[in-house]
Design a binder for this molecule. Structure first.
Ligand code: CND
Ligand code: ZN
Ligand code: ZN
Length: 375
């Protein structure tokens, strides 16, 4: 029996308030309005950005349906949708590509003005498609994938190869693309260069892979959890450094390791202001580039010695790896299918959706890289 045009009752994991486990409940998912798409989610990864919302570091309106790294199948479409049809395999895009704004019209940049990084948590028309116990739920970055069904705007979804394994390519919806793109798209790492990657979670390890693919000759992996080092080496790190093993600041350690020159490219893939400044100070004082990938804590401020920038360093940020999302995600899926990169080592755990809170505990305790939840 077709569900098109009807409200779907299904299971979802709701964040009612911060610092509490997610609550598995039945929700109602309204049919897609014009230019919207309802998706049956089949696999979703747990990314640290979801956890930043739960911890309160990334301020979002509550209650909210988190999750932004997923893959699924289109269940139905609203009026006027032509980019996908029911049955298509798709990846929701937490960074939309509207095709109309200044950035979408430009060959440069990827931060479509329709993005919801500031956290409105509603569809573009200002309403929600999710309710639970009579209360409307906010969406997260226009995606919300911790649910059996979600509704997204047509600018926030793209069709992918029908043969793609969804429980793997869901990582292309965030972690892999974000980290890998920071190196190859945002920094445009050059062959033979020296890189430092701060933070070796699913995103940081993907940055390591990107640096390697770009031909970096040295990739220094930095983390305070040394259990991350074997995988970092397997994916391309040439050396691993634990800041806790040294008395001096990590930027000085990295200068020592590079004969006083600093690295060519550094990446902060943690989400802490202290490490953002350390990563900046670790790169060459004149031609070094440092990229902020970790989500900065809401309302935080940085106090930086301007001399770090005066001497010529470049400091930039990277959302979704600098990729224009709709254009790039299908290509990244094809590249995965063509074995141009691997995702398997990043997926350390696969759990049924019901065990979502265990997945968060694995992330919080530093035991997992990516947990993929299947439905
Ligand atoms: P995850 O928590 O898996 O990895 C972070 C790593 O940093 C862990 O291995 C920690 O041990 C390590 N770490 C923590 N503190 C320090 C420290 N002081 N020094 C060195 N290492 C440390 O997170 P993830 O890989 O899922 O995500 C990483 C960041 O990327 C996080 O802030 C997330 O919110 C952000 C992100 C950004 C984007 C984007 O578009 N820019 C998209 N998704 C996630
Ligand atoms: Zn993410
Ligand atoms: Zn746009």
């Amino acid at each position: 029996m077709s569900t098109a045009g009807k409200v779907i009752k299904c299971k979802a994991a709701i964040a009612w308030e911060i610092k509490k486990p997610l609550s598995l409940e039945q929700i109602e998912v309204a049919p897609p309005k014009a230019h919207e798409v309802r998706i049956k989610i089949l696999a979703t990864g747990i990314c640290r950005s979801d956890d930043h919302v739960i911890s309160g570091a990334f301020a979002m309106p509550m209650p909210i349906l988190l999750g932004h790294e997923a893959a699924g199948v289109v269940e139905s479409v609203g009026e006027g949708v032509t980019c996908v049809k029911p049955g298509d395999k798709v990846i929701p895009l937490f960074l939309p590509q509207c095709g109309k704004c200044k950035i979408c019209r430009s060959t440069r940049g990827n931060l479509c003005s329709e993005n919801d990084l500031c956290g409105k948590g509603l569809m573009p028309d200002g309403t929600s498609r999710f309710t639970c116990k009579g209360k409307a739920l906010h969406n997260f970055l226009g995606t919300s994938t911790f649910t059996e069904y979600t509704v997204v705007h047509e600018t926030s979804v793209v069709k992918i190869d029908a043969a793609a394994p969804l429980e793997k390519v869901c990582l292309i919806g965030c972690g892999f693309s974000t980290g890998y793109g920071a190196a190859v798209e945002t920094a445009k790492v050059e062959p033979g260069s020296t890189c430092a990657v701060f933070g070796l979670g699913g995103v940081g390890l993907s940055t390591v892979m990107g640096c390697k693919a770009a031909g970096a000759s040295r990739i220094i992996a930095v983390d305070i959890n040394k259990s991350k080092f074997p995988l970092a080496k397997q994916l391309g790190a040439t050396e691993c450094v634990n800041p806790l093993d040294f008395q001096k600041p990590i930027n000085e350690v990295l200068f020592d390791l590079t004969s006083g020159e600093g690295v060519d490219y550094s990446f902060e893939v943690i989400g802490r202001t202290e490490t953002m400044t350390s990563a900046l100070a670790s790169c060459n004082n004149n031609i070094g580039t440092s990229v902020i990938v970790g989500v900065p804590p809401s309302a935080s401020q940085m106090n930086v010695d301007p001399m770090l920038l005066f001497t010529g360093r470049t400091w930039k940020g990277s959302v979704f790896g600098g990729w224009k999302s709709k254009d790039s995600v299908p290509k990244l899926v094809s590249d995965f299918m063509g074995k141009k990169f691997i995702l398997d080592p990043l997926i350390t755990h696969t759990l049924p959706f019901d065990q979502i809170n265990e997945g968060f505990e694995l992330l919080q305790s530093g035991k997992s890289i990516r947990t993929v939840l299947t439905f």
